[in-house]
Design a protein around this ligand. Structure first.
Ligand code: SF4
Ligand code: SF4
Length: 92
């Protein structure tokens, strides 16, 4: 599997926010920081509440309720094999 680049383009393709595992409370908590992330740049950050295949796991999502990574363009482009990148026991 290739290393996923932390680019704005990839972040915009990430569909984690529409995933059933991305709990409503997490969405509410992460919305502002995720918007800021798209504005200020993505490459130097070590954490984001999105694009978990490129960053570390979520600080908020802790339950596996389905993963839609396989439908994501980033997943296809980087030939990722796993999912659940948001949880500690997930992909990578
Ligand atoms: S593969 Fe999953 S974690 Fe990575 S960008 Fe796509 S939806 Fe987000
Ligand atoms: S990594 Fe997979 S399970 Fe986690 S939020 Fe993204 S799509 Fe959902």
């Amino acid at each position: 599997m290739s290393k996923v680049d932390r680019t704005k383009e990839n972040l915009e393709k990430c569909i984690c926010m529409t995933c059933p595992s991305y709990a409503f409370a997490c969405k509410k908590r992460s919305l502002t920081s995720n918007v800021i992330l798209t504005m200020v740049g993505t490459d130097y950050r070590i954490h984001a509440e999105a694009m978990f295949c490129a960053y570390e796991e979520s600080h908020c999502i802790d339950e596996e309720k389905g993963c839609i990574c396989a439908d994501c363009e980033v997943h296809k482009e980087y030939q990722l094999e796993k999912g659940y990148f948001c949880v500690a026991a997930g992909g990578k």
